[in-house]
Structure formats: C-alpha cells, structure tokens
Write a protein that binds this ligand. Sequence first.
Ligand SMILES: *Cc1c(COP(=O)(O)O)cnc(C)c1O
Length: 269
Amino acid sequence: MAGHSGAAKSDGSYQGIVYLPCTAENRFVPEPPKEHVDLVYLCFPNNPTGAVASREQLSRWVDYAREHESLLLFDAAYEAYISEREIPHSIFEIPGARECAVELRSFSKNGGFTGVRCGFTVMPKSVVGRADSGKKLPLHPLWHRRWSTKANSVSYPVQRGAEALYSSEGRQQVRSLIDHYMGNAKILRDACAKIDMKVFGGINAPYIWVKTPAGLTSWQTFDRMLRELNVVITPGSGFGAQGEGYFRISAFNSRENAEEVAHRLQSLS
Ligand SMILES: *Cc1c(COP(=O)(O)O)cnc(C)c1O
C-alpha cells in the first residue's frame, strides 16, 4: 500500500509481491510458496471467500515462517464467525506462532463497530526480526514506539464501548448478532445452491463466495443481478485477478432482506 513493493504490472499485480493461488481446487487456502518471502499476510476466516484454514494448514504456515524467518500477519477479523469446532480461532493456537506471528483483531465485525474504528494487535514480545547487521531483534519495542509516538489509539468513549463488548451482556449481544448474520448466511447459501450455483463459504464467515453462471464475468453477473433482481452483490474481480468468475454475497443485513434476496434469486433467468 505504501508502494515499497515495486511498480504495478500491466495485469494489475505488483512487483515484489508473491501472489498465491486461491482457487476452488485448494478451497481458497493456499500452501506456502517454495521461495522466501519477508512478510506473509493471511486472513482466515477469509474475506471475500469465507474460507477457513485448518490446524494442519496453519501449522504449515508457521513452520514455513520459522524456517524462512518470515513474519506472519494473521488477520482474524472474522474469528467470531467460526462455527466448526476444529477450526483454530487464533494463529497462537499453533505451536511456534509466538516466535513469528502478529495477529490483527477488530471489533468491526463482531461488535458492529464498522466506522467506529477500534481493533487491536497481538504482538508477542517473542517475535523477532533480523536487522541488517544480522542480529535478531524483538519487534515489540518498535511496535510500542510506533504506537506511542505516531498515534495514541482510539478515543476513551470508543475504548469504553469496546470494553462493554466483553461484559456478560455485551458477549450475549455479540453472540446473538453473529447468530443472526449466520442465519442470513445459511438462507443465502441455500438459495444459491437451490438454483445450482456453486457456493463456498457462509459456514464460518458472513460471506458467501459464488461461482458466476457459465460464461458470465463477475461484472456481467453484477449487472444482471442489479437489473433483473434489484440486488447488489460484490463482483469477485474487485478483490483481485483471481476473483474473476466469482461474486460475493454479504450476510450483513436484516433477516427480511436476506429472505427477500433468497426469494428473488429463484427467478434469476
Ligand atoms: C472488516 C475487516 C477488517 C477490520 O477492519 P477495521 O479497520 O477494524 O474496520 C480487517 N480485515 C478484513 C479482511 C476485514 O474484512
């Protein structure tokens, strides 16, 4: 984002970034690359595909990071949406992660804080990087310096709001909000499956990732859904080249709207 990776190429990808295949064949969970990378960004449960990584898959990433001295950035914004027992909620459930991983958490999706702007980062004191001199140094002091000089975090009222999410009443409200969205996800997922669309996600994430009808691009599908059904979906190609041929349906809506969309989908010609 800061432009340090290198120039953009004609296909929209950037020099200096290794892109991993996220395809239906690997259920949108890529294996670590063969080559060395400095930083790895992983997001599970994933936006936009709704994919989750198993303990074994995450272990392979932690092993990779330790072997290559890479830093894993683990975006767990949708952690609260995991419904399957065996799926890890945090990268720190994986042995060895405390030496190589940083986890990003947000209140945007569990507590409906989108726009309120509050989240947190888990930066273990045992995470180290290698300096130019070859010396291993902990990243925590750099992180702390950054936060205590460049920013002083969110306002006090917002912090109190975030704190309230951990009260017993707050926990219950978060739980029922997530259950509500996941109820929508099931309705939308089933509606797509009923008209023989190929669906992914929607079980451990509030997103349903759907293959576009044969021969249609993401944007062509967007146009048809808008014109024929008055329904807005998100074209997969907007998330990157590999999203072409897919679209994302979000479960963040009222039950009434989810049911109405499920109904209208049945009349898609
Ligand atoms: C919404 C979202 C977040 C959270 O972002 P905030 O800046 O905390 O609102 C993080 N990662 C992903 C993939 C998201 O979709």
